[in-house]
Ligand binder design. Structure first.
Ligand SMILES: Nc1ncnc2c1ncn2[C@@H]1O[C@H](COP(=O)(O)OP(=O)(O)OP(=O)(O)O)[C@@H](O)[C@H]1O
Ligand SMILES: [Mg+2]
Length: 376
């Protein structure tokens, strides 16, 4: 082992807590010079004013000074270029995948979280409709109401009742055709349980819903996130590394600014952004005239900013307050053709952008080859 190898070995015990990997495997150590008792290190951080900078420098100093032949440590910091930064993100996701705790969600399940910066933009409405739509297409779909305290999924789907546990003490979701639903609203019928859930941290509750529920083999799991950013997104990326995020915004440019925060947070937690849905985009009268009640352009501006697609522009429906909020989801309403049509388009877009992972068996694949051969 050369002197530099020894230094490198010690540096690999310094972790970037945000990225969950050590600074050597993240490719941050660009150069090591060890002359007499002085070590000079060139360190490339994701951004030069990285909030972890002080902590990482202190750690490096502390670890290296433990070595006999090191008296002074000099660290010069640079910022990574785009290529290095992408590589670091990849590495961090790989790590997250390796270290993921086992959940009861099949790793081949497509997990789509629906989030927004602001409350009341239609996360729950769209989560419920998307999940129902995917289930109606024949996909095995789960819908997890991660809004632990502000749950609204049971009301939106017009369901109630108490979820039961099976012999393995796993909760059995409420089933509507191919759709399996879990929400605190289906658990808390007595005060004690309500209190117990209130005492739990959001991230802990999410963990329980992922590990203690009998989800079965799902093609899709749709997660209705609580408003805002934070803990729950971090927990999601830790627990379900395959999770992707759809951001909902309304057309106002102000709303789009708030939504940017969620997207930024997702990037920091290494959750890929699948796309943007602009909700309450416009109102269309019976004569086909369009009114941009909440302004326009917010969805596209947000999508452009992050280089992701707009998956749908959902018009304002007249029938939410009385009908949708009363338990008949928009896609099940015959009389709301424009909104229903746009939601159907959105569901098709999602199923195309993120098709279910097909677990083909060898026999299935062979049968396909034979079929192709016989058609030639
Ligand atoms: N396209 C739409 N047209 C008309 N009303 C809508 C539309 N989408 C949602 N709404 C209504 O807006 C209100 C808020 O929607 P929803 O509860 O889905 O938002 P949310 O983002 O989940 O809110 P929260 O942040 O409180 O969880 C509801 O009354 C809902 O019926
Ligand atoms: Mg909601």
């Amino acid at each position: 082992m050369t002197k530099s190898d020894i230094i490198l070995k010690h540096l690999s015990t310094v972790f970037d807590p945000e990225l969950g990997a050590n600074i050597v495997e993240l490719g941050m150590v660009k150069d090591i010079q060890h002359v007499d008792k002085k070590v000079t290190i060139k360190l490339a951080l994701t951004i030069a004013d990285c909030p972890m900078r002080n902590q990482i420098e202190t750690e490096i100093n502390r670890k290296l000074k433990l070595l006999e032949n090191v008296e002074t440590v000099e660290i010069s910091i640079t910022a990574m270029d785009q290529k290095d930064r992408t590589a670091v993100m990849e590495k961090a996701r790989e790590k997250a995948r390796e270290n993921a705790q086992p959940t009861n969600v099949n790793p081949r399940t497509r997990v789509i979280a629906i989030g927004s910066g602001k409350g009341g933009v239609g996360k729950s409405t769209l989560s419920a409709n998307i999940a129902l739509g995917l289930a109606e297409k024949g996909f095995q779909t789960g819908l997890l109401d991660a809004d632990i305290w502000g749950f609204s999924i049971p009301r939106l789907l017009g369901i109630s009742g108490r979820i039961e546990a099976n012999n393995d003490k796993k909760m059995i979701p409420y089933e509507i055709g191919n759709l399996k639903v879990i929400s605190t609203g289906l658990l808390t019928s007595d005060e004690d349980t309500a209190l117990m859930w209130r005492g739990l941290m959001l991230s802990k509750a999410l963990e329980q819903f992922l590990t203690d529920v009998e989800w079965g083999d799902l093609d899709y799991l749709i997660i209705d996130l609580p408003p805002g950013t934070g803990d729950i997104q971090m927990a999601l990326s830790r627990l379900l590394p395959q999770a992707e995020l759809i951001v909902i915004t309304t057309p106002q440019l102000m709303a789009q600014k708030v939504a940017t925060r969620v997207a930024d947070m997702a990037k920091r937690s290494f959750i890929p952004l699948l796309g943007v849905i602009e909700n309450m985009s416009y109102f269309e009268s019976n004569s086909g005239e369009k009114f941009n009640i909440f302004g326009e352009g917010g969805g596209k501006a947000l999508a452009d900013k992050f280089g992701i697609p707009v998956l749908g522009n959902i018009p304002i429906s007249e029938n939410t307050n009385n009908i949708a909020d009363g338990g008949t989801p928009l896609i099940n309403q015959e009389n709301n053709s424009i909104t229903k049509a746009e939601i159907d388009k959105l569901i098709n877009n999602i199923a195309t952008q993120l098709p279910p992972i097909v677990d083909e068996s060898c026999t299935g694949r062979l049968a396909k080859v034979f079929e192709e051969l016989s058609n030639q």
